[in-house]
Design a protein around this ligand. Structure first.
Ligand SMILES: NC(=O)c1ccc[n+]([C@@H]2O[C@H](COP(=O)([O-])OP(=O)(O)OC[C@H]3O[C@@H](n4cnc5c(N)ncnc54)[C@H](O)[C@@H]3O)[C@@H](O)[C@H]2O)c1
Length: 312
């Protein structure tokens, strides 16, 4: 079993949950992160001898070179995440999301394993009545999507790599994000008592954050079976429209108004359903339901009434 794991961006929304699960399973985990958003998201791990946090920029290849040599598996999560943030800081987005990954792939030795996460937003606008699978044409519509697709191209050249194209993630984390659509709508339903939606028919696929973590752990434990491949990773029962999502939230919290705004474009033009059959055939199936995630988020936001936690 490969035991030493390096996670860049490991203090973030996904990384902090992943690092926690890996430590509990007995892996040695090093996190490299600039701690841009939450400097306490990993403080519950400081007690563990097998855990180390390094506050450093992933674009510093001198440091990265040394760290990569000491680890068996590299999970590069550090990024400027989401279209609005990348549009605001274009140059930083390109150097962090693409160049730093490409530089890592240039120096990494053949035997090191890499697990890379990108977004299924690369599918951009899908065809009507069709599910996007891993062979579907990529059509990223934001700088965020483009940098992630380019980085995936670079990673997949390395034979010892696995790439996941994630559905939109929901659920609670040690570093919370309420800009993600499910988290955001639940927050609004509770604290603003109103959800306004544009283009309610737009389709999306979702996945709970603990299923993302479980999928990555499955890939570590079944690396040889999965390697040299790209997989969509989402909850197959959660291919739904934005309006269906809001109505689902209403089943758990009746006390808010839904306002559909007509004739206005959503700044996020993603519209697609996604097939997750490829990873399911390999033996992993996401299973935490949207209903369970919504219930958990309602409790979280009831106790955390702070303003929406955006990255930008
Ligand atoms: N959350 C999602 O819905 C989703 C979906 C698909 C893919 N992903 C991918 O998963 C990864 C993690 O996303 P997340 O939701 O946890 O985001 P996040 O913003 O919570 O985490 C990103 C982390 O990277 C760190 N970071 C940023 N620039 C850095 C730099 N130059 N050096 C070191 N650290 C740096 C930040 O401090 C932060 O802790 C990203 O690569 C993202 O593209 C996320």
């Amino acid at each position: 079993m490969s035991k030493k794991i390096l996670i860049t961006g490991g203090a973030g929304y996904i990384g902090s949950m992943l690092a926690t699960s890996l430590i509990k399973l007995g892996y040695t985990v090093t996190v490299v992160d600039l701690l841009k958003y939450n400097s306490n998201s990993l403080s519950h791990l400081y007690f563990f001898e097998k855990f180390k946090l390094i506050k450093e920029d992933v674009r510093n290849m001198d440091i990265m070179k040394i760290l990569i040599k000491k680890h068996d598996i590299i999970i590069p999560l550090a990024a400027l995440v989401g279209a609005p943030l990348c549009t605001k800081y274009k140059s930083l987005a390109k150097t962090t999301n693409f160049k730093a990954i490409d530089d890592i792939m240039k120096i990494i030795s053949k035997k090191k394993k890499v697990i890379y996460l990108t977004s299924n937003s690369g599918y951009g606008v899908g065809k009507k009545n069709k599910f996007c699978d891993e062979t579907s044409e990529l059509n990223p519509i934001s700088l965020y999507g483009k940098t992630k697709c380019d980085a995936e191209d670079s990673v997949i050249q390395h034979k010892n790599s696995i790439c996941f194209r994630l559905a939109t993630v929901f659920g609670c984390s040690y570093r919370m994000r309420s800009d993600l659509i499910v988290n955001n709508f639940v927050h609004r339903s509770l604290n603003l008592k109103k959800i306004e939606i544009f283009e309610p028919h737009f389709r999306r696929n979702f996945i709970h954050i603990r299923d993302v973590v479980n999928g990555i752990i499955f890939s570590i434990e079944n690396f040889d079976k999965l390697k040299s491949n790209i997989y969509n990773l989402g909850l197959s029962t959660a291919n739904i429209t934005k309006l269906q999502l809001v109505k689902k939230i209403k089943q758990h919290n009746k006390n808010f108004k839904i306002k559909v705004i007509k004739n206005r474009k959503d700044p996020d033009q993603r519209d697609y359903f996604v097939s997750n059959k490829k990873i399911e055939k390999k033996g992993f199936r996401a299973s935490i339901s949207l209903d369970d995630g919504i219930k958990e988020l309602l409790i979280y936001f009831k106790h955390n009434k702070e303003k929406i936690l955006n990255n930008y």
